[in-house]
Design a protein around this ligand. Structure first.
Ligand code: CO8
Length: 259
């Protein structure tokens, strides 16, 4: 177990690594140190073949209230230009294995953006999502303007970013920002159940599926379909594809090895 200042990292269980944001005194505000630790843990998890999926969560009452405003206050334009945080965000965005988020309470600003870097989101019914940067004279800076509009559409994305108003977990569910809503006490349990299920699936297929799905955000239908076809073809060369099909025919559980 490593010692981190701003996050808690559980020992991996059943192929799943759970990362908890842990700055309760400032509503898990995402200061540079926290993002550095998160990006570092994800880099290690990417290289660890025993880790098949990751969970990111906060506490029962807050996921993350955004960038650390007190830290941001000291940055002038040159400081923002030399800010290491965009590179940490980039590493989080490029993490190739599935990330499931369990979100309770506030997911605001950078917290909402971190949630949108995750692949599946389970929200407690006390969750509140918002991009309130406009109230600080800024705009979302970790992909909020781009990922929000691609997920929930123009009108609601504009409403959230321009007015700074929050939306509830049930609204987020109806807009497709999250995939399920539970009572807060069960969001992590449900996220764990899903992550463990994904961890039993063939890892190369999981990785290529995530890559193909994310590609849909940023490419034409034709080149997305092309990537899907190439990945589909590549999977025909894997042992896990033969194992999956054999197991189906032989009416037994598959034993995937990641080869
Ligand atoms: N940063 C630093 N400290 C925070 C933050 C934050 N984002 N949010 C809350 N805190 C601190 C408060 O200062 C307070 O600490 P203290 O007691 O020492 O004063 C403590 O957490 C509790 O907060 P409140 O007393 O305000 O609690 P309330 O329950 O009254 O309100 C809210 C909770 C609604 C969450 C309120 O704290 C709030 O509005 N927070 C700010 C939300 C916000 O504006 N987030 C957006 C930040 S900007 C951003 O995320 C841009 C991302 C850009 C990334 C760019 C990368 C390069």
């Amino acid at each position: 177990m490593h010692n981190y200042q701003d996050i808690l990292v559980d020992e991996p269980q059943s192929g799943v690594l759970t990362i908890r944001l842990n700055r309760p005194e400032s509503y898990n505000a995402l200061r540079t140190q926290l993002l550095k630790e998160l990006a570092g843990v994800l880099d290690q998890a990417a290289d660890d073949s025993n880790i098949k999926a990751v969970i990111i969560t906060g506490s029962d009452t807050v996921f993350a209230a955004g960038a650390d405003i007190k830290e941001m206050a000291s940055l002038d334009a040159v400081g923002v230009m030399n800010d290491p945080r965009p590179a940490y965000w980039r590493r989080i965005a490029l993490f190739p294995k599935p990330i499931v988020a369990a979100v309770n309470g506030f997911a605001l600003g950078g917290g909402c953006e971190l949630m949108m870097h995750c692949d599946i989101v389970i929200a407690g019914d006390n969750a509140l999502f918002g991009q309130p940067e406009i109230n600080l004279g800024i705009i979302p800076g970790a992909g909020g303007t781009q990922r929000l509009i691609r997920t929930i559409g123009k009108s609601m994305a504009m409403q959230m970013v321009l007015s700074g108003e929050f939306i509830t977990a049930h609204q987020a569910l109806s807009f497709g920002l999250v995939s399920e809503v539970t009572i807060p006490e069960l969001s992590l349990q449900r996220a764990t159940e899903l992550a463990r299920k994904i961890a039993t699936k063939p890892p190369i297929a999981v990785r290529l599926a995530k890559e193909a799905l994310l590609k849909a955000y940023e490419t034409t239908l034709d080149s997305g379909l092309n990537l899907e076809r190439k990945s589909f073809t590549l999977l025909a060369a894997t042992q896990d594809r033969n194992e999956g099909i054999s197991a189906f025919m032989e009416k037994r559980q598959p034993n995937f090895t990641g080869k």
